[in-house]
Design a protein around this ligand. Structure first.
Ligand code: ZN
Ligand code: ZN
Length: 286
C-alpha cells in the first residue's frame, strides 16, 4: 500500500512538473515592412510570361512566446533603412525592392507593439544571412543566436556569384561585429528547448545553411515556418526561386517541407507570399 501511494505521488509530481514547464503559448506573424510592387519574374525568372504580375510581398518574421523567453525567427531589414534605403543598402537593391519599413514595422517596433522589450528575447533563430532576415541581429547582443555553422561561413564569405563584395543579398555590415555573440552553431536539426516546441529544421539550398522552424504550441497546434526555403506559392507550383546556392538542395528542402505539410498536416507558412500574408499575417497563432 505504501509503495502504491509513493508511486501515485510520483505520478502527481510528474504531472505538476509537466504543466509547470509549458512550452509555446502563441506565435505572432510579423513583417519587416513590405517589398514591392515589382514584377514577380524579377524573383522567379521561370514564371511563364502570361503569368507575370506585380507583387507586393511581406518580409516574414515570427515572435514566439516560450515560457523560457521570447524566440525570434529572423530580425528583418536593418533598422537604418527606415530612415532612407540608400543610406544602408545600395541603390539597385533599393530601386528594385522598394522597402517601406517604418519604425513600427522593425522587429523592435513589433516587439514593443506586442508588449515586449528587446531584452525579453532569449533566442534569435536566423534562417539565413540574407539582408532581409538577419538585418538586426545586433539589436539582440545578449540573446543566444541559433544558426547553422555553414550559414555563418556563407554570411562572411558568400560565393562570388552571390555578393562577396558585401553588397546584397548579403550585407557585410549586418554580420560585422557579431563575432563574439553567443552563437548556438548548428549542423542539422535541433530541438531548441528539448520539449519539442521549437524545432529547427535544416533546409539548405536557398543558401548554404538555410534553416526553417517547426513550432508546436500548448494547444497541440503546429506551424511550419519555411522562411526562404519557400518564398511563395509559385515555388510550390514548380517554379524555383531565382536566387539559390544549390538548386538541387533547394528542391530537396522544398519537398521536405511540402511533405511535412501534406503527410503530417502542418500548416506551412512561406517567407514572402503576398496572398498568404493578406489572409493570415499580423496576428497571433495559438
Ligand atoms: Zn533569402
Ligand atoms: Zn527573404
Amino acid at each position: 500500500m505504501k509503495k502504491v501511494f509513493a508511486s501515485l505521488l510520483g505520478a502527481v509530481a510528474l504531472t505538476v512538473a509537466a504543466s509547470a514547464s509549458a512550452g509555446v503559448s502563441k506565435a505572432y506573424w510579423a513583417t519587416s515592412g513590405m517589398f514591392g510592387p515589382f514584377p514577380i519574374n524579377g524573383l522567379i525568372p521561370s514564371i511563364p510570361a502570361d503569368q507575370v504580375r506585380d507583387v507586393t510581398i511581406p518580409v516574414s518574421m515570427w515572435i514566439v512566446e516560450h515560457d523560457k523567453g521570447i524566440v525570434l525567427v529572423d530580425t528583418g531589414n536593418n533598422i537604418a533603412i527606415t530612415e532612407g534605403c540608400e543610406a544602408y543598402w545600395n541603390k539597385g537593391t533599393c530601386d528594385f525592392m522598394k522597402p517601406n519599413q517604418t519604425k513600427d514595422t522593425t522587429i523592435t517596433g513589433w516587439l514593443k507593439k506586442l508588449g515586449y522589450k528587446n531584452e525579453d528575447v532569449r533566442v534569435v533563430i536566423t534562417s539565413h544571412t540574407h539582408l532581409d532576415h538577419m538585418g538586426n541581429m545586433k539589436s539582440f547582443p545578449n540573446a543566444i543566436h541559433a544558426i547553422q555553422k555553414a550559414e555563418l561561413y556563407q554570411g562572411w564569405w558568400p560565393e562570388t556569384f552571390q555578393g562577396r563584395t558585401g553588397e546584397p543579398p548579403f550585407v557585410r555590415k549586418d554580420i560585422e561585429g557579431t563575432q563574439m555573440f553567443n552563437f548556438l552553431e548548428l549542423k542539422g536539426d535541433y530541438d531548441v528547448f528539448g520539449d519539442g516546441s521549437v524545432v529547427i529544421l535544416s533546409t539548405p539550398g536557398h543558401t548554404l545553411g538555410h534553416q526553417s522552424v517547426q513550432v508546436t504550441m500548448d494547444s497541440g497546434n503546429r506551424i511550419l515556418l519555411a522562411q526562404d526555403a519557400i518564398w511563395m506559392q509559385e515555388n510550390l507550383d514548380g517554379h524555383p526561386a531565382g536566387l539559390n546556392f544549390s538548386v538541387q538542395e533547394y528542391t530537396n528542402s522544398v519537398n521536405r517541407l511540402k511533405f511535412m505539410r501534406d503527410l503530417q498536416g502542418i500548416p506551412l507558412f512561406m517567407g514572402h507570399d503576398e496572398n498568404q500574408w493578406k489572409a493570415g499575417g499580423d496576428r497571433w497563432y495559438r
